[in-house]
Design a protein around this ligand. Structure first.
Ligand SMILES: [Zn+2]
Length: 390
């Protein structure tokens, strides 16, 4: 699931690095050549060549390879740009059925490339399959349940007169999410907290925003008003105004939901709009994508990792041993697991800063730290502190 997240959150990274090529270098090489040519054609707006190269790249990729759905998506959008509806739907259907990153097809309804086929019966029917998925539910504590399978972890707080959701998953999965919620309560969804402005977490916000109060960080509102960069060169339009938070959470806040105090706290790290949520009586926290086991809890662009770690640490002080911690994508954890990750992050930062002070380059630093830290952590912090001048 960690990898799954990297795929979602840093699409171009996954495609460029292609770190998980399980079978032969030769196959990996073949798809890469086609993919590069396809990218060139996309930029040059040569749709025919874009379609042909992406189709070849998709066919050359071994089954199960993590980059397959990305390349299939490209093949689909190239076909759609040419008005080839059946071919476009076929690629998307393949991505859906192979289920490596099935919900990636959720971007298509917003992607201008699919404009000409958006209303077509087969396209609409395929999106409907996402809405009929069966999502998993699990009671975590008190009034709080976890709902899985919509593209990210959704938490539902079942109050006496309404349901509060933390995140929504992808847009086309919203009917499935509604079905899952209806299985937990006959109350309406009255509130939504958006942990951060990524499609896999807020895909249903525009629709739910029409009926529920939306809580979000001002950074999320700002991001919703901008085009969404899904992949290199693939921009989706800004979110509909109904998605925009009605209540801005700019500093540590306590809201009372169904009689329970709920802490909503900015923990900017992964994006410019991260919020973490703690249901104080149910004793469940949702940290969004600021907690991803095995990842340094943030992505390039974050300039103050230490500030973030301090803020998260202080938030954990409000919790206890029994608190169930939900991250954006993985199985639930506890406070000790998050603290352990904070410790490793801090140790890695110290290690990288010392290396920079000694004038070591990235390669030397990665080699020297290889037995203690994953190379991508070292590379990540090295980048941050090089940009900041050490
Ligand atoms: Zn995510």
């Amino acid at each position: 699931m960690g990898v799954r997240h990297l795929v979602v959150g840093a699409v171009s990274w996954a495609v460029v690095c292609g770190s998980a090529a399980p079978s032969g270098a030769q196959e990996a090489e073949a798809w890469r050549v086609h993919f590069a040519a396809g990218e060139e054609a996309r930029v040059a707006e040569q749709h025919e060549r874009y379609a042909a190269e992406m189709a070849s790249a998709a066919e050359a990729l071994p089954e199960g390879q993590l980059n397959r759905p990305f390349v299939q998506y490209h093949a689909a959008r190239a076909a759609a740009l040419l008005g080839r509806e059946r071919e476009a739907v076929r690629w998307l259907t393949m991505a859906w059925e192979e289920d490596i990153e099935a919900l990636m097809i959720s971007f298509a309804p917003f992607d201008p490339a699919f404009e000409t086929i958006k209303e077509s019966r087969d396209f609409v029917a395929l999106m409907g399959r996402a809405g009929r998925m069966s999502l998993g539910t699990r009671h975590l504590g008190g009034r709080v349940h976890l709902i899985t399978g919509a593209g990210s972890n959704v938490v539902a707080h079942i109050g006496p007169d309404g349901v509060l959701l933390v995140d929504t998953g992808y847009g086309p999965a919203l009917p499935a999410l509604r079905t899952a919620v209806a299985g937990l309560s006959d109350q309406p969804i009255t509130a939504l907290v958006v942990t951060h402005p990524h499609e896999d977490h807020m895909g249903g916000a525009a629709e739910l925003g029409g009926e529920a109060v939306v809580y979000g960080h001002p950074g999320t509102t700002a991001a919703m008003k901008e085009p969404y960069a899904f992949m290199e060169g693939v921009e989706l339009p800004p979110k509909a105004p109904t998605a925009h938070p009605d209540i801005a959470i700019e500093r540590d806040t306590t809201i009372v939901v169904g009689g329970e105090a709920v802490r909503v706290v900015p923990t900017l790290a992964h994006t410019t709009g991260d919020l973490s949520v703690y249901f104080t009586e149910s004793n469940v926290a949702h940290l969004g994508d600021t907690y991803l086991a095995g990842n340094p809890m943030m992505f390039p662009g974050q300039s103050d990792p230490e500030g973030f770690l301090d803020r998260l640490d202080a938030f954990l002080d409000e919790m206890n041993e029994g608190t169930v911690v939900v991250g954006g994508h993985e199985d639930v954890a506890d406070v000790a697991a998050v603290r352990a990750q904070i410790d490793v992050s801090r140790a890695c930062i110290t290690f990288v800063k010392d290396a920079l002070a000694d004038g070591r380059n990235l390669e030397e630093t990665a080699r020297a730290g290889a037995d203690r830290f994953p190379p991508q952590w070292i590379a990540f912090f090295y980048g941050v502190y090089t940009q900041r001048g050490g």
